[in-house]
Design a protein around this ligand. Sequence first.
Ligand code: GUN
Length: 281
Amino acid sequence: MSAVIMDGKALAEKVKAQIREKASKLRRQPGLAVILVGDNPASQVYVRNKERDCAQCGIMCYDYHLPQDASQEDVLDLVEKMNNYGAVDGILVQLPLPEQIDERVVLEAIAPDKDVDAFHPENVGRIMQGQAYYKPCTPAGVMEILHEYGIDPGGKHCVVVGRSNIVGKPMAMLLLHENATVTICHSRTPDLKAQCLQADILVSAVGKTGLITADMVKPGAVVIDVAMNRNEAGKLCGDVDFAAVSQVASYITPVPGGVGPMTRAMLMENTYKAAKCRIPK
Ligand code: GUN
């Protein structure tokens, strides 16, 4: 039997249309500052996509591009300016940053109420406590996809492969807060296959093409692929062997067209939420 393919792209379009409608009722346009440092080609594509999403949602996008050799001070000065800029509700510093810049220092400099990525320790702490105002975009996008397809993580065993601060760790928290039993696997997990076979919901966020094969998936499991890799032919793909796993799973997200568009839609949602808080009624 073939799995249901969960259409993140269609869901993202629906969510963005709702945001546009909500945003149009505010007394001014929400504003998002996007700061790109250097010329990482993948980052340039992401930033361009964000500009398009903003236009679709009626959000004003303020783009800042600093050179590859920008100093930490240059970046911190710009973040501080955006913290104090009234028309800007949300600030996103595109990662990764060039190596001369300390990522942690920059992310901690963003005002927590404008931290639409939810990377500031204050927001991370709220996520841990189940009190998040801003949910981290990728994990929040995954939860929206599960909800849309009527999949309740409550009482299920969820296995998250990957322990990054951006995806793996907050993903585990959001699933836990919806009453899942959660296992986090990573590069030092001795028997990844045995762990994955336990999963009712398997989330892979590693960045390794072909990592999740059909023999690692319990028949009928839900499989979520967060990765965005390129195969030898240069084609976008995830961690999951989609063709084979979709014959075993009950639901599966494709790459592209699965989690990626929902991550971006959640950034728009967080920017709307930031604006709603800051704009007087
Ligand atoms: N680089 C890759 N993913 C992300 C993300 O979610 N936010 C930011 N700021 N940079 C990223």
